[in-house]
Design a protein around this ligand. Structure first.
Ligand SMILES: [Zn+2]
Length: 323
């Protein structure tokens, strides 16, 4: 299983997302009604007592379509951010962050938990029609865009959306995406991207295996997002579904390569040691290369989110000896 600590990283991730969005994008993504409902109780007509004056007649209303509230008694009005700012006596920036964090929390509480991940006992390859169906159901790409994935990457790999699991689905193809079997699919919760599970041939999953056909060298990342993004950046990036998922029989795949670079997550001693073992297993043309300390982030994907440019990232791995 991948080593992830969602609880600790959640706040950081959520803030990172916040800073990568415009105000309008945030407004579109937050559920204003749910935020306001934590402070006021709406009656069957959608009205409530105003929280800003001593109101006995339910003169307060919220319009979900426009995202605005209004009080017919004291005349107070504004959007969801004004509301939180006023109600909790925050600055505009604090209110923005509060609403965003609240929504992230609210989403995981109400939308994900009632639809728990259903572990499917089926362990064979996932049928391509199922993958196509999930891909078709992927209506909202905002989280994938935030993770810097382009439409080409999303469509070529047929990243999808599972309504049942309320999660993004990442297929691991055995060969060229769209023209081979899928070994496993990996589920990640919407918005947070937290890994929640997988199904299929657990033990065979090596992402972007087809890149070995056209490249004289290879990089092995630990993580789906890292491999997808690095491949998009032009690197022959393969992805392990967790460092301990490397299979000795895969050594064969790398034997005619000029060099093989194994990249563990940063500041993870256990993973570093496992990466050294993998490189030794592959042979003398393989070695471990750690991500640079100069950019914040625990892995390739995080670092790209934090401003590591695709060009510099390419150079870092391509131009041996420069760094
Ligand atoms: Zn009022």
């Amino acid at each position: 299983m991948p080593i992830e600590t969602p609880q600790i990283e959640k706040k950081q991730d959520s803030q990172r997302k916040l800073f990568s969005l415009s105000i309008e994008e945030i407004k579109q993504q937050v559920d204003g009604y749910s935020v306001i409902s934590t402070f006021v109780r709406f009656n069957s007509k959608g009205m409530s007592n105003c929280p800003f004056h001593n109101d006995k007649t339910a003169s307060f209303i919220y319009y979900p379509n426009s995202g605005k509230y209004h009080c017919f008694g004291c005349g107070v009005h504004g959007d969801i951010f004004d509301f939180v700012e006023r109600k909790l006596d925050l600055t505009a920036g604090e209110a923005l962050e509060w609403v965003w964090e609240y929504n992230d929390f609210d989403f995981s509480l109400h939308d994900v938990k009632p639809i728990p991940f259903e572990r499917v006992s089926y362990k064979g390859p996932v049928h391509i029609d199922v993958i196509k169906g999930w891909h078709k159901d992927l209506k909202n790409r905002s989280w994938l865009y935030q993770r810097r994935l382009f439409d080409d990457t999303i469509d070529d790999n047929m990243i999808g959306w599972s309504t049942r699991q309320q999660a993004h689905v990442f297929p691991y193809w055995t060969g060229k995406p769209g023209h081979s079997e899928v070994e496993i699919v990996q589920y990640r919760i919407n918005r947070t991207g937290i890994y929640i599970g997988m199904e299929g041939h657990y033990r065979k999953a090596l992402l972007n295996r087809h890149l070995l056909d056209t490249n004289s060298w290879a990089i092995i990342f630990v993580g789906t997002m890292d491999a997808l993004l690095a491949a998009q950046d032009g690197l022959p990036a393969l992805g392990l579904n967790g460092i301990h998922m490397f299979k000795p029989e895969w050594v064969e795949l790398f034997k005619d390569k000029d060099r093989v670079v194994v990249v563990p997550d940063k500041d993870n001693e256990q993973e570093y040691n496992a990466a050294v073992k993998i490189s030794k297993l592959i042979g003398s043309h393989a070695y471990v290369k750690q991500l640079p300390e100069s950019i914040e982030g625990k892995d390739y994907s995080d670092m790209r989110m934090n401003g590591w440019s695709p060009l510099v990232a390419q150079l870092y791995f391509k131009a041996e000896g420069l760094f």
